[in-house]
Structures are given as structure tokens and as C-alpha cells.
Ligand binder design. Structure first.
Ligand SMILES: Cc1ncc(COP(=O)(O)O)c(C=O)c1O
Length: 374
């Protein structure tokens, strides 16, 4: 950290406030399940989980069992739902560590039941129904029969039936409404079969923010917990603050004459006497190489364009127009004080999610918390 001054600063108080805001949108008694998979969308799952729970999250969700186990090892005791596929070994580990498991069929649930019986434990499962994402989940017409079969398996509690939106953040909510209607009709048929499902959930960030009728018993927001946009089609940041800033100190400056080329491939040629700042972050850290000659970094006095190709561990910014920038000053690659993650995502033709998830593990996370939140 001292030798390589580059870090991702994560404001845990912002996460707590974001969750408090998201929870305030839910009806009294309804739950909030903060999605902290992929190491908390790159922010650091354990820290973010604690901050989310402090803001009123009731539960957490991860992609696969090992992610949940890591949180248990960090001392987190809140309910954790594994959202992705769980196979035989994963089922044993998930049940052993007290994780709730998503099941995709009665056969899949049987694995969890066998693990629960052999470990002498009760496992909570949530049946996932595919209502239009065409990813994981049981077909709607098969769901009522499977739900009955699952509810009869030993060692299991069928606590939830859920689905996932494909386009809850789209400008046109039509498809999301159709998915929700299909999900509701599946629930109706399950309930007609005499089963009571305590947790009905569908809403991701887009659903929670833009389709209030999808909030139901629980919402599963991810990206909004981190204060980022679910998509560029709907501005969703009212009430939310970005939690991460990627920063590095200027490690060297130099002034070069017009005509000098910068970095690999010599794609930047100085058109005037140019002052360059060398920054110790590169594409191996999650600064996308396709930002070469396109992106910019923020300094307190303004923006400096990235000059030349981004290298694996370093890049250069043109600070000619920011004469106050000195060695040791902090540049912001994204986050407060620089371009937003959304601005970088739009430039790259991607989504906010990928910007924070791309920040490599070798970049230290520095957590900040404001006094009033602790
Ligand atoms: C099943 C499921 N639920 C909820 C989420 C959270 O979605 P978002 O980050 O868009 O809020 C995800 C994320 O991909 C997911 O896969």
C-alpha cells in the first residue's frame, strides 16, 4: 500500500444509508435481502454485509455456497441465500454451514434433503421459477407439482418461491409486468395446492425501485446497495450514494516536448509541451485498457485525460491543463471526486456492475465509516 499507492475506498456508511433507504421503500414487515455475491460486487463482501445489516437488511444473498461459507467464517450469522446452482457437494457444504439453498427442481431439492438428513439438520430451500429470464429455474407449469414434492421431502422447509426479472430496469416496463403476472399465477397455483409460501420474492434493484408492486414479501437488491445504477435506461440514483472510489497517487510527473509519444504502441503524440502524471493502476487492476486515450481521472482541480495505452500496472494522465497537480496528489479513476462508475461504464459500452466487479483483488480495499453510523 505504501510502496504502491493505489486503493479502492469503500464508504460503508454509504452502504448502510443506501440499504436504509431501500428498506424504507418496503412495506412494514417485508424483508430486504442484500445481494453481496462476487465479493459484494467488488466492494468486499464481509464489510458490505455488516454495513447492509446495520442499515436494516434482514438477509444476504450470494451466488454459490463457498461465497456464503466465507461470510460465515467472517462471523456473519444472518440468513444467507445461495442464488445459483447447488450440486451434491455444494448441498452438503451449504447445509453444514447453515445456508439457505435455491433449488431448481424436485431432483435438485432431493440433494439438499439428503444432505440435511445425513447431517441431522433442517435446511431452508427456495424454489426458483423461470418466468422469462431463460436462465436458472423451473418452468412455470412444472412449479406447483415440484413445490408439492419438495414440501414433502424430509429435512427441508420450502420457505420461498422466487423468480428473477430480465428487464426490470428497462424504460418500457411491459415485459417486467408480464413476468410478475406469470410469477403471481404460479404462486396462486402453488397456494391452491394447499402450500403456504412464507417468502415470495422477485424484485432486484430495478423491480424494487421502478415496479413497486413487485416488492412482495422480500426484495433482493444488489447494485443499488452500492449506490450504482441498474441501467442507463432509468436514472435510479435518487436517495442512493456510490460507495466505492478507485484512487491512486501520482508517483511521477514529467514535462515532454511536442512530438513525444506516450506508452505502448505510441498511440498518443503530444501536440504541445505536455505534462504527464504517472499513476500506478493498470488493466490488471481493473482499469479497462479500452479507456486508453478515452477515459479521464479526477483531481480536485479538474479532469485529466488518460494519455496513451493503459499498461498492466500503470497509466499516464495528461495534466498540462492542471498545473497544480503534483507528485503525491490523488487521482480518482471512478467514484466521488472523479468520473462516476456509470460514466466509465457508458464510455465502455458496459454496465456499472462490471466497473466495480473488475477491480482486482490486488487493489487494497480501504473501508471508511462515519462516526454517526458506527
Ligand atoms: C437472482 C438474483 N437476484 C437479485 C440480484 C440483484 O440484482 P441487481 O444487482 O440488479 O439489484 C441478482 C443479480 O444478478 C440475481 O442474480
Amino acid at each position: 500500500m505504501i510502496d504502491r499507492p493505489a486503493w479502492a475506498e469503500v464508504n460503508l456508511s454509504a452502504v448502510t444509508r443506501n440499504v436504509r433507504y431501500l428498506k424504507s421503500l418496503m412495506s412494514p414487515g417485508a424483508r430486504l435481502c442484500a445481494v453481496v455475491k462476487a465479493d459484494g460486487y467488488g466492494h468486499g463482501a464481509a464489510g458490505v454485509s455488516r454495513a447492509a445489516l446495520a442499515g436494516g437488511a434482514d438477509r444476504l444473498a450470494v451466488a454459490f455456497a463457498e461465497e456464503g461459507i466465507e461470510l460465515r467464517r467472517q462471523g456473519i450469522t444472518a440468513p444467507i441465500l445461495v442464488l445459483g446452482y447447488t450440486g451434491p457437494e455444494g448441498a452438503r457444504r451449504a447445509v453444514g454451514w447453515g445456508l439457505d439453498v435455491t433449488v431448481l427442481s424436485a431432483d435438485n431439492a432431493r440433494l439438499v434433503s439428503e444432505a440435511a438428513v445425513s447431517l441431522g439438520r433442517k435446511a431452508r430451500v427456495h424454489l426458483k421459477v423461470d418466468t422469462g429470464m431463460s436462465r436458472l429455474g423451473i418452468r412455470p407449469e412444472e412449479a406447483p407439482g415440484a413445490a408439492r414434492a419438495i414440501a414433502a421431502l424430509p429435512g427441508l422447509e420450502l420457505e420461498g418461491v422466487f423468480s428473477h426479472f430480465a428487464a426490470s430496469d428497462a424504460a418500457d416496463p411491459e415485459f417486467a409486468r408480464e413476468q410478475l403476472a406469470l410469477y403471481r399465477s404460479v404462486l396462486g397455483r402453488i397456494e391452491e395446492a394447499g402450500l403456504r409460501i412464507p417468502l415470495r420474492h422477485m424484485a432486484n434493484s430495478g423491480g424494487l425501485l421502478f415496479l413497486p408492486e413487485s416488492r412482495l414479501d422480500m426484495a433482493r437488491p444488489g447494485i443499488s446497495v452500492y449506490g450504482l445504477r441498474a441501467s442507463s435506461e432509468r436514472e435510479s440514483l435518487a436517495g442512493l450514494e456510490p460507495a466505492m472510489a478507485l484512487r491512486a497517487r501520482v508517483v511521477q510527473t514529467r514535462t515532454v516536448p511536442a512530438g513525444t509519444t506516450v506508452s505502448y504502441g505510441r498511440t498518443f503524440r503530444a501536440s504541445r509541451t505536455t505534462r504527464l502524471a504517472v499513476l500506478p493502476l493498470g488493466y490488471a487492476d481493473g482499469v479497462f485498457r479500452s479507456l486508453s486515450n478515452r477515459g479521464s481521472v479526477g483531481f480536485p482541480s479538474g479532469r485529466a485525460p488518460i494519455a496513451g495505452r493503459i499498461c498492466m500496472d500503470q497509466c499516464m494522465a495528461d495534466v498540462t491543463d492542471l498545473p497544480e497537480v503534483r507528485e503525491g496528489d490523488v487521482a480518482v479513476f471512478f467514484g466521488p471526486g472523479g468520473p462516476s462508475a456509470g460514466e466509465v461504464a457508458d464510455l465502455l459500452g458496459t454496465i456499472d456492475y462490471e466497473i466495480t466487479c473488475a477491480v482486482n483483488k490486488r487493489v487494497p480495499r480501504i473501508y471508511t465509516e462515519e462516526e454517526t453510523e458506527s
